[in-house]
Ligand binder design. Structure first.
Ligand code: PML
Ligand code: MG
Length: 268
């Protein structure tokens, strides 16, 4: 990639509520088309046209960029969101998250994790054992930004996802975001399901399992969704952790294994 790189971020809202967001790292020449795409996305969102769109662009210092590999991707086919959530809970448990913390996250995401019962703009931070919520602002949550793919990794990922019928913005962007979350010191796992009513998929991500998707983690038509990052118990260095998620620039220059979907086998 040519230098310098810029962080470009979009945040759109309607009626004072979060609608859509996007974040990329880009060269100067790509900034204008990217900004135009982001505006289009905010104006054409299926949950309504954005009333407020904020785009911010900041140069990223070259020496700060880390280069890493994306996690492996796996899809387990489940019959419905009930089975999906059970399967997701099983994987989170294996990653060291307690049943209490899993329940806290799923209950909050299902009922709207923000105080007004809507989805949060960013992620919840949850102690992986006590289930205590730790994000300083429970309306906003913590947003992850300043991460992207190198051009070559972007092309490889698009080709690989195409061959699985999965090359859409939800998958590409969530995989990159989860990839950064998994490099964050102090985070043991992530749970996410979409807040877009027509998109029922979600995933669990952890260092050992990689990015594990389920086509159903919520009912069709449901707008409540979001993200929970589970923090290693009792080792909360919140300012450092939040600073890393928001500001540490990360470029993925290698993709992981992209596995064919397989049926979820119910564990007895
Ligand atoms: C979102 O875009 O709202 C989150 C999507 C999470 C699942 C993406 C996938 O299908 O892997
Ligand atoms: Mg969304």
């Amino acid at each position: 990639m040519n230098r310098p790189l810029y962080s470009i971020r979009m945040q759109a809202s309607r009626n004072g509520h979060h609608l859509s967001g996007a974040e990329r790292l880009s060269t100067a020449i790509e900034l204008e088309p990217l900004a135009a795409d982001m505006v289009q996305r905010a104006l054409g969102h299926m949950r309504g046209r954005a009333e407020t769109i904020q785009i911010s662009i900041e140069e990223v210092a070259e020496g700060q960029i880390d280069y890493v590999a994306l996690p492996d991707l796996r899809t387990y086919l489940v019959d419905n969101y009930g089975q999906g959530r059970q399967a997701a809970a099983g994987l989170l448990c294996q990653a060291g998250v307690s049943p209490l913390a899993i329940d806290t996250a799923m209950a909050a995401m299902a009922s709207g994790a923000a105080p007004d019962g809507r989805s949060m703009r960013g992620a919840m931070l949850i102690d992986a054992v006590s289930g205590r919520r730790l994000e300083p602002d429970q309306a906003r949550g913590v947003r992850v930004s300043r991460m992207d793919l190198t051009e070559q990794a972007r092309q490889e990922l698009a080709l690989g996802l195409q061959s699985l019928g999965l090359d859409n913005a939800h998958v590409r962007e969530a995989l990159v975001l989860a990839g950064k979350v998994l490099t964050t010191p102090g985070i043991v796992a992530e749970l996410c399901w979409s807040d877009d009513p027509d998109y029922t998929a979600g995933y669990v991500a952890s260092a050992h399992q990689g990015y594990v998707r389920f086509p159903h983690l919520k009912p069709l038509g449901e707008e409540r969704g979001g993200r929970a990052f589970f923090l290693a118990a009792g080792q909360h260095k919140l300012p450092e952790l939040i600073n890393y998620l928001q500001y540490r620039p990360l470029l993925f220059d290698r993709i992981g294994q992209l596995n064919r979907p397989q049926p979820w086998v119910v564990q007895s």
